[in-house]
Every structure is written in structure tokens, then in C-alpha cells.
Design a protein around this ligand. Structure first.
Ligand code: TYM
Length: 342
């Protein structure tokens, strides 16, 4: 029997890596969805600091970034009285289940992951860490430990969700029904926000090649304006949603506007009819700053008392560990491990 049969509320789990600065893409693809969905599910949101060391990282920044991301979860609307917020490495069951799952995951599945191929291509062959290849197994452990039914993420995580399902099915097939098979919850609009300086690429918090690449959640209004006004468009003038790669810049601005206002495409196109790209950019700056102002205000309030976030994380860890440890024990039993002696 899968433990999903015995629980009442459906569960979600999701996470963000504490690497780089969180972007408006993270907000639209992930955090805003989490805040909306938290009342419909029993929700677990972790800061995935173990994933953050799969690419070279700075030890002097990791702890501060971890706290910053946790504070941004709350600033974006995650209610710690409704959802469990915690740090992945504070619940050791994540690492232990990863090992168990490693041993049943064919290595060929991991070599096929596009994110592994992209990230490995940015490094010298000899310095690619084993953790980068193993990244999806750790992510599967994150999700399966909480018997999550749904995982709210952006489009770039779809393949990781598929491999999580494959790993869970393989485990269940080999050792008996243990894990809930999770589904990806990908928003209909804004699931892949593009870079402002290159609208054919994903906006990414770890991209540092240009200061005009991304809008960060903690950017002040004048910086948001500067970035959006310089966003790459094209030499045309029509303001319409389109899948044409030549018009990807305008389409990206329109999708940003759509995701942040919730207006229909029809209404948006008719609003911008006979207006120029300059007006579109100004309107996007306005909705971005209207979205970011309350988030930044809450972030500043939350971080004015440095112990507040830490005490919430301690509470979240206790609740997360309770659920994770019970699933880990089930997985260990299914695999035939001898129980520890008391
Ligand atoms: P990460 O940290 O790269 O991104 C966090 C979340 O933001 C979404 N996202 C975007 N959505 C729309 N447009 C964009 N440009 C954009 N950029 C990022 C991502 O899809 C993600 O939902 N592997 C994950 C972290 C992770 C995780 C998990 C997620 C580890 N364990 C378990 C869910 C469940 C990642 O690197 O996300």
C-alpha cells in the first residue's frame, strides 16, 4: 500500500537553489504558484542547498543566500503557519534516500538529462563533479520523501519530474509500492521567462554574463526600468503574442505582462494596438515594480530581526524531518535493511 492512500490532504513539495539572485522567472514559474496553491495542499517548500554545490560555489556566501531565499519565500506570500519551510541539508534523510535511489537508477538516464549536458558543457571535463550528474536523483529524493502528489515548477524542470516518476516506479516495481508518483504543476503562462538580453535563452539566476540579463526580486525600481528599457526586441512594430523566434523579445515582454496582470491575451493585444514598443516596455516596468514593491517591503521587515527566519526554519525542519524520516524508514524496510539496535 502506498502511504498516499492513508493521508487526507494532497501534498506538494518544491524548492529553489540558493545560488545567484532570485529572478522574476523564479517568481512567476515557481514562487507565485506556491503561494496560490499552498491552501489547496499540505505544502513543503525547501531551500535546496545541497543542490547549490553541484556547480562551483563560494562557501562564504552559501549560508547568507540560504537565509535570503527562505526570507524571499515568505516575502512572496508563503505563510509559515500554512506551509512547512525548511533547509534541505538540515534534514539528512534527503542525502540518505539519494544513496538508496542511486543504486537503482541506471546511469544512462542521468547522462541523457539536458540540464546535465548544458551545465557540463560550461566546465572543463575533468572538473565536472559527480554531484552534477547525480543532481536529479537528489531532486527525486526531495520529492519522494514527502510522498508529494504535485510539484509546482517552471518548464525547465519538466525532465527532472519525469525522471523522478521513473525512479519512483522502478523502486515500487523492485521492492513493492512505496512512493507516490508525483505530477508536475507547470503554470499555463510564464513557465519559461526568457532573458531580457537574449530572448531565445531562459532567464537564469546564475547567469552573470550581463547586468541586463534578468530582473531580480530585490532590484530597486530604477534598475528594473533600466533593464527592461534595454530589453532586446526586433525591428518590427506589431505588439502581438507570437511563437516566431524573430519576435521572441516582444513575446517575452507580453508574457511577463500577462503573467503579472492576469489579463487575457485578447485584452492585452487590444490595449497595445497602435502603441509602440516603448509603451509596452513602460507598461512592463510599471507592473514589475508594482509586483516587486510589496515583496521587497515584506523582505525588509522579515530580515530586520535576524533570528526570526532562523526560528521559523527550525520549526519547519522539525516538521519536515518527521515526514521524511518515516518515508525513509519505509524505503529502508522495503530494501531489506536491518533496523538499528536500540
Ligand atoms: P531553480 O533553483 O533553478 O529554480 C527554481 C524554480 O524556478 C523556476 N524557474 C523558472 N520559471 C520560469 N521561467 C524561468 N526563467 C525560470 N527559471 C527558474 C524553476 O523551474 C524552479 O521551479 N532543480 C530545481 C530545484 C529543486 C527542486 C527540487 C524543485 C531541487 N529539488 C524538488 C522542485 C522539487 C532548480 O534548480 O530550480
Amino acid at each position: 500500500m502506498s502511504s498516499s492512500n492513508s493521508k487526507k490532504r494532497r501534498r506538494v513539495l518544491s524548492g529553489v537553489q540558493p545560488s545567484g539572485n532570485l529572478t522574476i522567472g523564479n517568481y512567476i514559474g515557481a514562487l507565485s504558484q506556491w503561494a496560490r496553491e499552498q491552501h489547496n495542499y499540505e505544502s513543503f517548500f525547501c531551500v535546496v542547498d545541497l543542490h547549490a554545490i553541484t556547480m562551483p560555489h563560494d562557501p562564504a556566501l552559501l549560508g547568507a543566500k540560504t537565509r535570503e531565499v527562505a526570507a524571499l519565500y515568505l516575502a512572496c506570500g508563503i505563510d509559515p503557519d500554512v506551509s512547512t519551510v525548511f533547509v534541505q541539508s538540515h534534514v539528512p534523510a534527503h542525502s540518505e534516500l539519494t544513496w538508496l535511489l542511486n543504486c537503482i537508477t541506471p546511469i544512462g538516464w542521468l547522462y541523457r538529462m539536458t540540464q546535465f549536458k548544458d551545465k557540463a558543457a560550461k566546465q572543463q571535463q575533468e572538473s565536472i563533479g559527480m554531484g552534477l550528474l547525480d543532481y536529479p536523483v537528489l531532486m527525486a529524493a526531495d520529492i519522494l520523501l514527502y510522498q508529494a502528489d504535485a510539484v509546482p515548477v517552471g518548464e525547465d524542470q519538466r525532465q527532472h519530474l519525469e525522471i523522478t516518476r521513473d525512479i519512483a516506479q522502478r523502486f515500487n516495481h523492485l521492492f513493492g509500492d512505496t512512493f507516490t508518483i508525483p505530477e508536475a504543476l507547470i503554470p499555463p503562462s510564464g513557465a519559461r521567462v526568457k532573458a531580457l538580453d537574449n530572448p531565445t535563452a531562459k532567464m537564469s539566476k546564475s547567469e552573470t554574463s550581463s547586468e541586463y540579463h534578468a530582473v531580480y526580486l530585490l532590484d530597486p525600481p530604477d534598475r528594473v526600468k533600466k533593464k527592461v528599457m534595454r530589453a532586446v526586441t526586433d525591428s518590427g512594430h506589431e505588439i502581438r503574442f507570437s511563437g516566431d523566434p524573430e519576435r521572441a523579445g516582444v513575446n517575452n515582454l507580453l508574457e511577463l505582462y500577462e503573467s503579472l496582470t492576469g489579463e487575457s491575451r485578447e485584452a492585452i493585444e487590444s490595449f497595445f494596438e497602435s502603441k509602440g514598443y516603448g509603451s509596452l516596455k513602460k507598461a512592463v516596468v510599471e507592473v514589475l515594480n508594482e509586483t516587486l514593491a510589496p515583496i521587497q517591503q515584506r523582505y525588509n521587515d522579515l530580515t530586520s530581526d535576524s533570528s526570526y527566519i532562523d526560528s521559523l526554519l527550525a520549526r519547519g525542519t522539525a516538521r519536515a524531518a518527521e515526514v521524511a524520516n518515516s518515508t525513509l524508514e519505509l524505503a529502508r524496510n522495503r530494501m531489506g535493511y536491518l533496523k538499528p539496535f536500540s
